[in-house]
Design a protein. Structure first.
Length: 254
């Protein structure tokens, strides 16, 4: 199985293709802004021999889900999401999806609820879907043990950007628990919301430890962020620490 990150464009979250010999699945879709480009990128990776079987959304938020309707219709495949987010997508809710913050309509998307007892097989690999609430109640992470890889989504916006929990259905305590959960997996590759894949078991552990400690300190301060941290932009799903946290991974155009 190949794991291919499709870098997020502008506000888009990273999308990830899990590609087997005959079939593939797509994790997250990005916004609706670049859905035609996203389709071209997917088709370019799959070619004519490999078919896309499903889309799995790690979050209802617009940067993760906005393009899923167009991709689902183009490839004639189902969209899977946590059951707590189905009503948001199937009603085109622009508040809990946060689409209103991007001055965008939220496409009405038909979805299928994720069965967390299911283990998805792709060639010789097993794909495990984990409930990791915190950024939102429906947030999930994806663990591929054979590849020692975790797709964290909104749980880790970027190595130097801790998540926001003060958005609809977010929860600070659950966020800390979810970060500790993926930290305990001991992965050697971690796909964040934005930016390149984090690599190296020790590096990933220490990065997650920084995030956990910061959020634990905020929790012990009744949820109040450090005074030096600026207010997050309306479209941001992350906080911007001051002083800035270190970041090793950078896109080629940075």
């Amino acid at each position: 199985m190949r794991i291919v990150r499709l870098p997020g464009i502008h506000h888009d979250a990273n999308a990830t293709l899990l590609i087997g010999e005959e079939t593939a699945l797509l994790v997250d879709s990005g916004t609706a802004w670049y859905q035609l480009l996203q389709e071209e990128r997917v088709r370019g990776q799959l070619g004519d021999e490999i078919s896309l079987s499903r889309i799995i959304l790690t979050s209802r938020r617009y940067p993760f889900s906005g393009g899923s309707k167009a991709l689902s219709e183009s490839f004639s495949i189902p969209v899977f999401i946590h059951e707590s987010a189905q009503m948001s997508l199937e009603s085109g809710d622009f508040f809990t999806t946060w689409a209103n913050r991007y001055d965008s309509d939220m496409p009405i998307i038909s979805t299928t609820s994720i069965d967390f007892s299911e283990r998805i097989s792709l060639d010789d690999s097993t794909i495990e879907l984990l409930e990791t609430p915190g950024p939102s109640s429906d947030n999930i992470s994806i663990h591929i043990s054979s590849a020692k890889t975790v797709i964290a989504g909104a749980l880790l916006p970027r190595a130097d950007r801790p998540l926001r929990w003060d958005l609809p259905t977010g929860n600070l305590i659950q966020a800390i628990e979810s970060l500790r959960l993926i930290q305990a997996l001991g992965s050697e590759k971690l796909v964040p919301m934005h930016g390149p894949i984090l690599q190296g078991k020790d590096h990933i552990f220490s990065t997650l430890e920084r995030h956990c400690k910061a959020l634990e300190n905020i929790a012990s301060n009744d949820g109040v962020v450090p005074r030096a941290w600026p207010r997050s932009a309306p479209t941001s799903l992350w906080c911007d620490p001051v002083p800035a946290w270190p970041r090793v991974e950078k896109e080629q155009n940075e």
